[in-house]
Design a protein around this ligand. Structure first.
Ligand code: PEP
Ligand code: MG
Length: 589
């Protein structure tokens, strides 16, 4: 609910997704469209734009025909006939002529021209008091969106997205691939209608240090382009037309924050060691190879999770072995002598490669994702395995597989890895023969067979984002149930303990690379449960280190034992907060 607290100022409240405060003008992206700008064409560019439009229409026709044939096999010709209507819309002369006219006469790019004509058409049909026409409006919206997506992909292929001035991005949703495409120097912050703290867009924002608020429900229709905003990613608030008083108060807070960050710099080169002398390996998560410098900058000891997806999401085409090698090697060399744990491709769920069409799924988080996808697309997987192996010759590289649900998958992935090693040996290409291979533990079934998995893995890394999602049946993207996403739920804590026990019994080590490891309130609990490594987004690392250096492991263990015996998560959370506030009060003020 927006509240109008001071003259002219409106405050919208959502979910705090990435800490930090920013001020700037709103740039509203509609329908998750990245900032494809309305561009004025030169005379020479006009035929090119007409051609782009035709190509996009052709590709959309192919998509729709493919969908129609798949669906007629599954649900019968009759129900699939809706696609006939969609094909007719693609040939609709009003739409096509209207768009070409605008491109020629107004000299605007195809995306803007087609989008404008489609919107006017949809508005007209939707306003008619006839259910038939209203349904047709929905069809047109569907088909024209497909065409716009193709136009957009085409623009992505031709270069990075450009914002003409720094702005706070407002959108209904932002996919990770769109987010990864935005020009970072121009993006002051994000605010979206939907989303939650563990969506990959929120994770990416945290990792990039960009303040973000999600789950604001209607911000994309409440805010208009150019409105002045103040976005507070700590509390999850967005101020529209902030008053001088609000700006003054935030200015004061910013000064205090800078002072505290300076204090944290004092422990930059110090180890993450508890008061009773236990050394904790504190690493950083990394999304983009070019950010590898941020790891040492944050005072982390290497990379606990390198999400390789962004290499695939951002490029104009699938990265080949050499370009992957370059990226992995860059990171390995940047963090040397510390290690980088490179996670193989975790595509699917909420991350889709714009230029790699994948079937639409009803439950993508339960679908063709991560290792399931890679074991099916073996050529693509082999290329990545070879690149990771080759990068291991340049530093301390470990590899891990995401979304392992049982022993068969791990064995199958390792068999492909062995094949790749054999091929590299034959080709005389060097790699680290002793490269450690780990499995992510993020599905409850993996926890239940962790001892057996440990026979085929050198280490485990617990992905709490997914482990919590799959254990509690909480869609990690759904803001309506975000309050039920409970890291301190006894089921989650017991699964973590089971994993640690299974690994330690077999002499393996266990890390946590989900967002839980970057939350200072959770640190004591995780250490008490026995994990050996924590890996957090670089901006969180100094805070986590600060807390580790102020706690005692015996106290953490006692706390974890108590927490494991609780029936619900709420008292555990309350005590975790009290303890963290007592140990490191400055972190929370
Ligand atoms: C996790 O699930 O906790 C994890 C680290 O992987 P991702 O967030 O990329 O799914
Ligand atoms: Mg995961």
């Amino acid at each position: 609910m927006p509240s109008q607290n001071r003259k002219g100022e409106v405050v919208l409240r959502g979910i705090a997704a990435s800490p930090g405060v920013c001020r700037g003008k709103a740039l509203v992206l509609r329908d998750d469209a990245p900032a494809v700008e309305r561009r004025q064409l030169t005379d020479e560019e006009v035929p090119q734009e007409i051609d782009r439009l035709e190509q996009a229409l052709l590709r959309t026709r192919q998509d729709v025909e493919e969908l129609r044939s798949k669906l007629s096999a599954a649900i019968g010709e009759k129900d699939a006939s809706i696609f006939e209507v969609h094909l007719l819309i693609l040939e609709d002369s009003e739409l096509l002529n209207g768009t070409s006219r605008r491109i020629r006469e107004e000299k605007v790019n195809a995306d803007a021209a087609y989008g404008d004509v489609a919107r006017e058409y949809i508005k007209l049909l939707a306003s008619l008091n006839d259910p038939y026409f209203r349904e047709r409006a929905a069809d047109i919206r569907d088909v024209t969106q497909r065409v716009l997506n193709h136009l957009r992909l085409d623009s992505l292929r031709s270069g990075p997205l450009v914002l003409s001035e720094p702005a706070i991005i407002i959108s209904h949703d932002l996919t990770p691939s769109t987010t990864a495409q935005l020009d970072r120097s121009m993006v002051l912050g994000f605010a979206t209608d939907v989303g939650s703290q563990t969506s990959h867009t929120a994770i990416l924002a945290r990792s990039l240090g960009i303040p973000a608020v999600v789950g604001l429900h209607e911000i994309s229709s409440q805010v208009t382009n150019g409105q002045p905003l103040l976005l507070d990613g700590h509390t999850g608030s967005v101020y529209v037309h902030p008053t001088d008083q609000t700006l003054f108060e935030y200015g004061q807070l910013a000064r205090r924050r800078v002072q505290f960050e300076e204090q944290l710099r004092e422990i930059h080169d110090q180890p993450a060691v508890t008061l009773d002398g236990t050394r904790v390996l504190l690493s950083a998560n990394l999304e983009l190879a070019e950010d590898a410098g941020a790891v040492a900058e944050a005072g982390a000891e290497g990379v606990g999770l390198f999400r390789t997806e962004y290499l695939f999401l951002r490029g104009p085409s699938l990265p080949d072995e050499e370009s992957q090698l370059t990226a992995y090697r860059t990171v390995a060399e940047a963090v040397k002598p510390n290690a980088v744990i490179i996670r193989t491709l975790d595509i699917g769920g909420d991350k889709f490669i714009p230029h790699l069409p994948m079937p639409k799924e009803v439950n993508p988080f339960l679908g063709w994702r991560a290792i399931r996808f890679c074991l099916h697309q073996q050529d693509l997987f082999r290329t990545q395995l070879r690149a990771i192996l080759r990068a291991s010759a340049f530093g301390s590289v470990k590899l891990m597989y995401p979304m392992i649900s049982g022993v068969d998958e791990l064995v199958a992935a390792n068999a492909l890895l062995s094949e790749c090693k054999e091929a590299l040996r034959r080709e005389g290409l060097p790699f680290d023969e002793k490269m450690e291979v780990g499995a992510m533990i993020e599905i409850p079934s993996a926890v239940m067979v962790a001892e057996q998995l440990a026979e085929h893995a050198d280490f485990f890394s617990i992905g709490t984002n997914d482990l919590i999602q799959y254990t509690l049946a909480i869609d990690r993207l759904n803001d309506r149930i975000a309050h039920l996403y409970e890291p301190t739920h006894p089921a989650v804590l017991r699964l973590i303990r089971l994993t640690v026990d299974a690994a330690h019994t077999r002499g393996r080590w266990v890390g946590v690379c989900g967002e839980m490891a970057g939350d200072p309130v959770m640190v004591l609990l995780l250490l008490g449960l026995g994990v050996d490594e924590l890996s957090a987004a670089p901006p969180s690392v100094p805070r986590i280190k600060h807390l580790i250096r102020r706690c005692r492991l015996d106290e953490a263990r006692e706390f974890a034992t108590w927490a494991l015996a609780q029936a619900t998560g709420a008292p555990v959370l309350q005590r975790a907060e009290e303890m963290a506030h007592r140990l490191a009060p400055t972190l929370f003020t």
